[in-house]
Structure formats: structure tokens, C-alpha cells
Design a protein around this ligand. Structure first.
Ligand code: ADP
Length: 490
């Protein structure tokens, strides 16, 4: 930022931030975007809950404040704030309350969501606002992410409207996935501490319930989602999942900004999790990673000379798991290998496990969340499968490109924005794409990939096209900065 202009002060509020706590792409974004925004000259901080996994992680977090008094329903709860830092020195405020956050998982067990998720995230967001007041250091914009932080814009427009410190704070609300709407019974509005007048169709009310996602959509000064295509899609009934009407009303304030990839964490030439570092000039090292991966996941050695398809994903309907289950055996029938790393819904785990048992030499299934193995699959696979039903942005296809692992995606959301189908005539393009959410459409793209894989010169060209792509965060961070400025001057 030039001249004497004061740097913008931005607080990121997110329920997960890598590496402190992660279940998916939200954590990657909330872990990397603040550093990128700081590099553009802003003054940035981050707030997230202090979960058990954060406590058990190797982070140095110092106690900072013990005097929180957070209203929750009729009660007032205490709590602590600890401070850690990102790799670029952005302060990270961790909100500790054992009874709410010291649990095995972030949001749910395999039986379902924690019963008190509303209380947990009301506590977190109110605690964050009260902490700002306590510190006496206002910020210009609070950048909220997903339903867990959706109440913050509502608090600022109601409870803290005339507050000397918070009253002039602006909010940006980013929708990472409209499928997670933070729905709770209306009777629980009192837990939020919001006035009853917010309970109407243009407020928090959503078909007889309250929606924290809707609170963010309605009350934030501006909205973003994580790709231009998804910004358009969520205004339609097919993708808006009931929120399309309220989004159409805010269309002037809704922006699609593509997520970025953090190449400090996802580059094959400096990835500590892979055995053989490589880049576009050392593609033979990728083959060594493939051989090591086959060994690690128990696939036949003969897959070395055949295409290896990989998938790293939450196991949910969104990610196209039902399609995957339908085509797994056909992919292997075409002579390919398949390695899947996933965690999530039990229904899909069971279906995948059943299929995997039939041909363990060609199909390997790892159930669980394993960050390190994710990197080795990224390096060792030839093709990364993303047959998503819908995909707000998708990060793994961007990582795959950098690893010379060719993405095969369904044309939806951010996958459609980032993947250009390979054209054998011009040799342009960076992946394979299919349209209809149907097994034969997916298999059509699989067959194309296998055909081009047979021609090493073509395949290496395709790998290099992907490796030359640049989806780094800096461009998107600049767009966020412009948006923060424009909200403040509105
Ligand atoms: P989403 O946020 O919808 O899950 P994204 O593509 O935006 O999808 O981000 C997914 C992130 O989570 C990526 O960093 C990916 O590597 C990681 N990931 C997903 N599933 C697993 C898993 N089972 N083990 C390790 N990492 C995973």
C-alpha cells in the first residue's frame, strides 16, 4: 500500500484454519488467504476455536487473555484466548473452552452432528467480537466464512449497531459451500442473543427453522463465493438449495473469486511428504513416486505401466461418490489402477469397501483423513478423479495440475473454471472434462484419458501444460483487497 495510507485491518473468522484444524478446503483457504492478503499490505489477524486437534498439534500457542464473559442464551460463559502465528506472522487467536471444543472431531461424529453446534459457534463468534472490544483495537472488515460465522454480520447490524468500537466494522461473508446451511430450530433463536425481529423471511427464518448461513447472506455488506461459475450456479434452484431467492436479491453484492493454491505446501519440488521430489524437467522422478505409492497402498507392481487413477475426497454425495461406486469396476476393467483416500459418510465407505474387496491388487481404498498420504497420491497418481455433483471451487484439481497429475473432472463450478479439456489437435488443455452427471459420460472421459496415456509424448505434454499453470493466491488476494476497500467506501 502506497504513501501514508493506513493499512486495512482485516480479521478472518473461520471454524477451520490449516494447519491448526482442517476437514476440507475451507481450512486451506483460511490458512493461506490471510498470509496472501498480508503480503498485499493489509494488517491481518485470524480467529478460530481451539479444538482438541489444535491442542495436540505441534503449534506454539501462548495464553493471551482469560477474562472472556460470553452471553449464551441466559448464561454467561468464561473462556480463554491463546495466540499463535501463521508462517508469515499473522496473529491467530484461538478460543478455548474445553466443554465446547475439546472433542475428537470438529463438527460431528460418524453418528451425526454434535447436538450443540449452535451453542458452540454462537459462543465462538460472540467471543471473537467481545475479544476485539476487550483489545480495544478495531478492525475495518471482519471476513466471515461459511455458516459457523454467519451470525457475525447479524450481530453487527443489530446488537452492536451503535457500539463505539464495532459499530462501523464492515463484514464480508464468503460462501464456501451452500450445502451446509447451519439450520437449527426456531426456538433456539434465544441462544443466539439476537432480537426476535430478525425472525422473518428476509432475515434468519428458513422454512420454519433458523439458518446461520442465511444470516450471513442477508446481513453481510458484501458476499463472495469461491469461483465465478459457482456464483452464477447458486442463483439457480438446482444449485442454490433453497437460498437462490435470497441470493438473487443480493446479486449486486455477490462476487465469484476463485480460490488459490498454496504452492509452498503443494509443489512437487519441495514436498516433504513425497519420497522423490520432481518438477517439469524431472518427470522420471514422478514415476518413482508412483512405484513407491503402489507399494505403500498395496497395489500390483504391474500398475506401474498402466494409468493410475487417484481420488482424494470427502465421501459425500456432493463429491460424486455414487457415480464413483458405479464406475469403479469399469475403470479397472479398462486396465487402470485406482487408489482412493476418503473419509465421510458411512454409506459410501461401506459401498466402496465392498467394491475394493473384489480386486485389491488394482483397487486400493484408504478410509480416513491422512494429509501426508494425500500428498503421495497427488505425486504418484497419473489422473486425479473429481466427478463432483457440484463443486464450489475445488482445490485438489489445482494441486494436481502442479504435480503433473491430470485432473478428470465434471464440468461444474470451480472445476469448470479451472480445467480446459485437452485437445489432441492443438495439444492445448490441462485435463479431461465431462458434462452430464452420468456413468457413461464419466466413462467417456476415462476412456479418453486412457487413450492419451498410451502415447507418452502426448501425455507428457499434457502433464507439462498443467504444471505450467499458475493458480497462486496473489491475484485472488488482490481482488479481496479491492472488495474490502469498496465495501468501506460504499
Ligand atoms: P472440500 O472443501 O469440499 O472438501 P476442496 O477440494 O476445496 O474440497 O478441499 C479439500 C481439501 O481437503 C484438500 O486439501 C484435500 O487434499 C483435503 N482432503 C480431502 N479429503 C482428504 C482425506 N481423506 N485425507 C487427507 N486430505 C483430504
Amino acid at each position: 500500500m502506497g504513501g501514508l495510507k493506513k493499512p486495512l485491518r482485516i480479521l478472518f473468522l473461520s471454524s477451520e484454519v490449516a494447519p491448526f484444524a482442517k476437514t476440507g478446503g475451507l481450512a486451506d483457504v483460511a490458512g493461506s488467504l490471510p498470509d496472501a492478503v498480508k503480503r498485499q499490505g493489509a494488517e491481518v489477524s485470524i480467529a478460530l476455536p481451539f479444538y482438541r486437534v489444535t491442542r495436540e498439534g505441534a503449534f506454539s500457542a501462548q495464553p493471551l487473555f482469560s477474562g472472556l464473559r460470553v452471553p449464551l442464551g441466559g448464561a454467561t460463559l468464561g473462556g480463554h484466548v491463546l495466540q499463535a502465528h501463521t508462517k508469515e506472522g499473522v496473529p491467530v487467536y484461538l478460543f478455548e473452552r474445553e466443554d465446547l471444543f475439546d472433542r475428537p472431531n470438529l463438527y460431528a461424529t460418524s453418528e451425526g452432528d454434535y447436538y450443540d453446534n449452535l451453542e458452540r459457534f454462537v459462543y465462538f463468534t460472540r467471543a471473537a467480537l467481545l475479544f476485539l472490544k476487550h483489545m480495544g483495537s478495531p478492525v475495518d472488515v471482519i471476513h466471515c466464512h461459511d455458516w459457523q460465522t454467519g451470525l457475525v454480520p447479524a450481530y453487527l447490524k443489530t446488537v452492536y449497531r451503535d457500539d463505539p468500537l464495532l459499530g462501523s466494522t464492515a463484514t464480508l461473508f464468503t460462501i464456501h459451500n451452500i450445502g451446509y446451511q447451519g439450520l437449527f430450530p426456531q426456538e433456539k433463536l434465544a441462544v443466539c442473543g439476537l432480537p426476535p425481529r430478525v425472525l422473518h423471511m428476509e432475515g434468519l427464518e428458513y422454512w420454519g427453522q433458523i439458518s446461520l448461513l442465511k444470516a450471513g447472506i442477508v446481513y453481510a455488506d458484501a458476499l463472495t463465493t469461491v469461483s465465478p461459475s459457482y456464483a452464477r450456479e447458486i442463483q439457480t434452484p438446482e444449485f442454490g438449495l433453497g437460498m437462490e431467492g435470497i441470493l438473487q436479491k443480493r446479486v449486486k453484492d455477490l462476487h465469484g473469486i476463485l480460490n488459490g493454491a498454496d504452492y509452498d505446501l503443494w509443489s512437487p519440488d519441495k514436498d516433504p511428504d513425497i519420497p522423490y521430489p520432481y518438477d517439469e524437467h524431472r518427470l522420471e522422478e514422478k514415476a518413482r513416486n508412483k512405484a513407491a505409492l503402489l507399494d505403500e497402498v498395496g497395489l500390483k507392481e504391474s500398475v506401474r505401466d498402466r494409468p493410475l487413477f487417484g481420488m482424494i475426497s470427502r465421501l459425500s454425495a456432493q463429491k460424486g461418490c455414487d457415480l464413483l461406486v458405479q464406475v469403479m469396476e469399469d475403470i479397472i476393467g479398462l486396465g487402470a489402477g485406482l487408489v482412493i483416500l476418503g473419509s465421510g459418510e458411512e454409506k459410501y465407505q461401506t459401498l466402496l469397501e465392498k467394491a475394493a474387496r473384489r480386486d485389491p491388487g488394482n483397487l486400493s481404498l484408504r478410509i480416513g483423513f491422512d494429509e501426508s498420504l494425500a500428498h503421495r497420491i497427488m505425486a504418484g497418481a497419473d489422473v486425479l478423479l473429481l466427478p463432483s455433483r457440484y463443486e464450489p471451487c475445488g482445490l485438489t484439481q489445482m494441486y494436481a495440475l502442479k504435480y503433473g497429475t491430470v485432473p478428470l473432472v465434471r464440468a461444474t463450478g470451480g472445476l469448470d473454471d479451472t480445467i480446459v479439456p485437452f485437445d489432441p489437435e492443438t495439444k492445448q488443455g490441462n485435463g479431461f472434462k465431462f458434462g452430464p452427471y452420468k456413468a457413461d459420460a464419466l466413462m467417456g472421459a476415462v476412456k479418453q484419458a486412457i487413450r492419451h496415456y498410451q502415447d507418452p509424448a502426448t501425455w507428457q505434454g499434457l502433464m507439462r501444460n498443467g504444471m505450467a499453470e499458475d493458480f497462486s493466491w496473489d491475484r485472488s488476494a488482490q481482488r479481496y483487497l479491492d472488495l474490502y476497500q469498496s465495501i468501506l467506501s460504499a
